[in-house]
Design a binder for this molecule. Structure first.
Ligand code: GLC
Length: 647
């Protein structure tokens, strides 16, 4: 909407900052004009009642302008190239990997020597886990940041990061970094000043003189790390106050009701954008707004804040997409894509955490019903947004889907979850998995699951038992899980080590900065001699690496598996078989996956009921061509087998 006064004011600010509105900055100027109204509207929704709201709005605009001015010509050029493709990030040609720089390569400098490895595998998008300064033993894997602008010495320097980014850009690779928006380390400059009693910085956090307000909050706020960090507040002896710490006690929650915090963090977001980040992973966005009497998760204002960030980013750094790391209930995840007027105008990506967990459900039960019951929610994702699809990441697996979905599938929710937890923690007698429960909460009975892809698929046990039959089966399961997620729509994000079959790494138990957090068991230190075995015929490493590589190559080759919201689930003719169709421009992929440990039979009718019936199907995975049979005949899938059938 055009408002004379506002636009005049913005014009004046642009002039003051020497923006060449009719010349080289014209595109920026147009974007600014287009987004002024939503930016102001969203800003006022949050800060209207703040005494300095009006004054500080100028700082918001100036932050955007300065960010644009600092953006290099190369990045501005890349922005335009991306915008020309409209939704560049929906492409089937992007395959990602998430990794810890130190555990993978030692340092940022060394990362450059690993770029060939990624290219060999077919990875062109890297998520570097947090590399900014973070206190060694109070780091939460880097998610407790003490300086958002300084690369931690453990990894190298900012210069090393920029060099890596440049080399990646030359190879057409994309970069993702995290912005830890919800909290800082208690060693961050703001926290140190707050401890010293500076009111300005105490207002950057949620500070209380005594336990009365914290107690009220605690009544409705769940605990995130109940074992290692119970409660949501921590006593600060230096200033004799309590501060909100939803995650660990060394992670202080930032107070976004203060517009100064928003402006500081917006500036930090632009700092990341101007490093050349292609996708910014917004850590824990569900938590960024708090309100007494609520769970302090997924609040409407958290969405307003994300929308505001999105509109600002679009003006100064339009080539940077946003990923909201909202690992919450299925219905809530969807809201991070925006809704109503802001549909597809909030986060460009979210993790498909629901489907990830449901894959593990299917693998343990051999049954697809719960997964299918969740699809009516998942398929609501708006066009122009996408998923990060994955089987494992650095975090635990939360069984966060709704009880109603489990019940709709005919199971009793409590017993079903109990079974899954027993199965993956390895306490179920029939389970080949080796994992552990994470963050068990005896008060609620909740628990999540830690363990690497390979160990949860049975490889650790199979190797220990020296059973080649079990090794074969676990490899088959690993590939089933990966294939199922690679073709689902969205950008696949592998977790480093999974391409080689790393089993759990228990060395974290000897490190006092890590031993309290069993998520470290699935965050391996890469042994490059082991990775070299990918070149030796018949090794476990070679079998997993080559097959993963093949799957990624197939994905890259089939443009109709790009995320055009073009997925249809096939009627479950066989409860063990998850099957979906990806279709575009009269090309079709029937992706079929047998989650049972025995042979499954799928009626040929399954391939005929939607659209034109194919007469033959080519399996990109096996290279076989099948003539489509009669309805009373079957397509046969081996135990944990799958097929990627085009036709
Ligand atoms: C995110 C990260 C997780 C971290 C938490 C707190 O969920 O993925 O590893 O512990 O945020 O920053």
């Amino acid at each position: 909407m055009y408002t004379f006064g506002v636009h005049e004011h913005i014009n004046a600010l642009l002039k003051e900052q020497k923006i060449d509105v009719g010349g080289e900055d014209n595109l920026f100027y147009t974007r600014m004009l287009a987004n002024t109204a939503p930016i102001l509207e969203l800003y006022l929704q949050l800060y209207e009642h703040h005494p300095s709201a009006e004054l500080l709005f100028d700082d918001v605009v100036k932050t955007i302008i300065v960010a644009y001015q600092k953006r290099t010509a190369v990045l501005k050029q890349r922005d335009i190239q991306k915008l020309e493709k409209e939704y560049w990030f929906l492409s089937n040609e992007i395959n990602g990997m998430s990794l810890y720089v130190d555990r993978f390569a030692g340092s940022l400098k060394n990362m450059q020597t690993k770029l060939d490895y990624f290219e060999e595998l077919g990875i062109n998008f890297l998520h570097l886990m947090p590399i900014f300064e973070s206190p060694a033993n109070e780091s939460d894997g880097g998610y407790a940041v003490s300086n958002f602008r300084k690369v931690d010495d453990r990894f190298g320097s900012l210069e090393d990061l920029l060099q890596l980014q440049e080399e990646m850009r030359k190879r057409n690779m994309y970069l993702m970094l995290d912005i830890v928006l919800n909290h800082t380390s208690h060693k961050h400059e703001w926290a140190i000043k707050a401890k010293a009693g500076e009111k300005k910085y105490q207002d950057y956090f949620y500070f209380y003189n005594d336990r009365s307000v914290p107690d009220q909050y605690d009544r409705t706020m769940p605990e995130i790390f109940p074992e290692s960090s119970p409660g949501n507040f921590t006593y600060v002896p230096e200033c004799n106050k309590w501060v909100m710490t939803v995650f660990h006690n060394y992670q202080w929650d930032l107070n976004y009701t203060n517009p100064n915090v928003f402006i500081e963090m917006l500036d930090t977001i632009f700092f990341f954008a101007n490093l050349g980040v292609d996708i910014l992973r917004i850590d824990a966005p569900a938590f960024i707004w708090k309100q007494l009497g609520t769970t302090c998760q997924n609040l409407p204002q958290a969405h307003t804040l994300l929308r505001l960030i999105k509109q600002c980013v679009q003006v100064a750094a339009p080539g940077m997409a946003l990923l909201g790391e909202a690992i919450v209930a299925p219905k809530e995840i969807m809201k991070y894509f925006g809704n109503d007027h802001y549909t597809a105008r909030e986060c460009d990506f979210a993790y498909n955490a629901t489907h990830m967990a449901l894959q593990w459900d299917m693998l343990a039960t051999g049954d697809t019903k719960v997964m299918l019951a969740a699809q009516h929610e998942i398929l609501k994702k708006p066009y122009g947004t996408s998923w990060i699809t994955y089987t494992r990441c650095h975090d635990d697996i939360g069984l966060g889907y709704d009880d109603a979905m489990i019940e709709q599938a005919g199971f009793e929710a409590y017993a079903h979850r109990r079974y899954l937890k027993d199965y993956y923690s390895g306490t179920h007698p029939a389970s080949p998995a080796v994992g552990a429960l994470f963050s068990s909460n005896p008060k609620t009975g909740d628990a999540r699951i830690s363990g690497s892809l390979a160990s949860l698929c049975g490889l650790e046990k199979a190797i220990n038992n020296n059973s080649s039959k079990d090794i074969d089966e676990s490899i088959q399961k690993i590939l089933l899980m990966q294939a199922h997620s690679f073709f689902l729509g969205g950008v696949p994000m592998l977790f480093y080590g999974d391409e080689i079959g790393y089993t759990n790494d228990y060395s974290y138990l000897n490190d006092k900065g890590k031993s309290y957090d069993n998520r470290w068991m699935h965050r391996p230190v890469i042994d490059w001699q082991k990775n070299e075995r990918r070149k030796q015929e018949g090794t476990v490493e070679q079998r997993i690496f080559n097959s993963t590589k093949k799957l990624l190559a197939i994905r890259k080759q089939l443009d109709f598996v790009s995320d055009q919201s073009n997925l249809t689930w096939i009627t479950p003719h066989n409860v063990h078989v998850a099957a979906y169709i990806r279709e575009s421009n009269s090309k079709r992929l029937f992706a079929v996956f047998n989650f049972a440990g025995s042979v499954s039979f799928l009626t040929w009718f399954a391939f005929k009921e939607k659209g034109n019936a194919p007469s033959s199907l080519f399996d990109h995975w096996s290279g076989e061509t099948y003539a489509v049979g009669n309805d009373h005949e079957f397509f046969v899938l081996p135990p944990y087998g799958f097929a990627l059938l085009e036709g």
